[in-house]
Write a protein of this length. Sequence first.
Length: 62
Amino acid sequence: MHPETHLALHHTRAAELRAEADAYRLATATRRPRDLRIRLGWTLVEVGLRLAATPKTAAAVP
C-alpha cells in the first residue's frame, strides 16, 4: 500500500466520522425537551416518595 493510498483512506474515514458526529449533534439537539421531561418526571417521583413516607415528627394518637 502506498503512502498516498493510506492518506486518501484516512481522509475519507475522517470525513465519514465528521459527518457522523454532525448527524449525532443534530439528533441530540432536537431531543432537549425530552431531557427536560425526564428530569421533571424523576423530580415528581422523588416528591411523591417523600409525601408517601411516614413523617418523622408525627404526634402519637392516644
